[in-house]
Design a protein around this ligand. Structure first.
Ligand code: HPA
Length: 235
């Protein structure tokens, strides 16, 4: 089923590992600044996908768009039709944990959700979408090596950005570190396909430390650390 309804790339156009930021312009930024000989392999709906080389290793980068339905489509097609083995999401999140500050990294061991994506599997219990351990272990080792501030743990993949009621404190009480909008669906698709996924997030804003702000330059530095970690662990 290639090309798929949402990806125009040809068979073999994607590497075994795809880095997946939410924003197409960030995918372009990664391709232009970190990959050698990057070729544009998808531009359907402006969801830019590139394949190139990082330190001699063939790697792809493609945007996911925002939310579980969007990453659900792209990661499903990459895993099931394009032979992709690993997807590493490189995103931003809101911080729920009091010890996390803007620009810190979260390596998402698991992803809770307030959405319905998980329900499609008809399991008679509450499924826990979890990351691939081998990718997680390598990401943690690199975070330590780089000396970045990071935490490993649970996150929330929420379907609602502008929520009527702020439930961040309730999730924080359960040890949930932060909120984004994609990882639970990504982890489900990887697990269902027998493939690998990991989400690394930069804290872009905090629900606890609301006064914290960053300059574009400061944010860029953290994004670079996150992108380098993802590229280094790509298999
Ligand atoms: N909510 C959801 N996704 C996000 C947030 C947030 O507060 N910050 C960055 N991504």
């Amino acid at each position: 089923m290639i090309p798929t309804p949402h990806i125009e790339a040809k068979e073999g156009d994607f590497a075994k590992t795809v880095l997946m930021p939410g924003d197409p312009l960030r995918a372009q930024f990664i391709a232009e600044n970190f990959l050698e000989n990057a070729v544009l392999v998808n531009d359907v709906r402006g969801i830019k996908g590139y394949t190139g080389y990082y330190k001699g290793k063939r790697v792809s980068v493609m945007a996911s768009g925002m939310g579980q339905p969007s990453i659900g489509i792209y990661s499903y097609e990459l895993f099931n039709f394009y032979g992709v083995e690993s997807i590493i999401r490189v995103g931003t999140c809101g911080g729920y944990d009091k010890d996390l500050h803007v620009r810190d990294l979260i390596v998402a061991m698991a992803a809770c959700t307030d959405g319905k994506y998980v329900e499609q599997y008809g399991l008679n219990g509450t499924f826990s979408p979890i990351a691939d351990y081998s990718l997680l272990e390598k990401a943690v080792a690199l975070c330590r090596e780089k000396g970045v501030r990071f935490k490993v743990g649970n996150i929330l993949s929420s379907d609602i950005f502008y929520a009527e009621n702020d439930r961040s404190a309730d999730w924080a009480k359960m040890g949930v570190l932060g909120v984004e909008m994609e990882s639970a669906a990504l982890y489900c698709n990887a697990l269902r396909a027998g493939k690998k996924a990991l989400c690394i997030c930069t804290v872009s804003d905090s629900y606890v430390h609301k006064e914290e702000k960053t300059t574009a330059k400061e944010r860029e530095k953290t994004l670079i650390d996150m992108i380098e970690i993802a590229l280094e662990i790509a298999e």
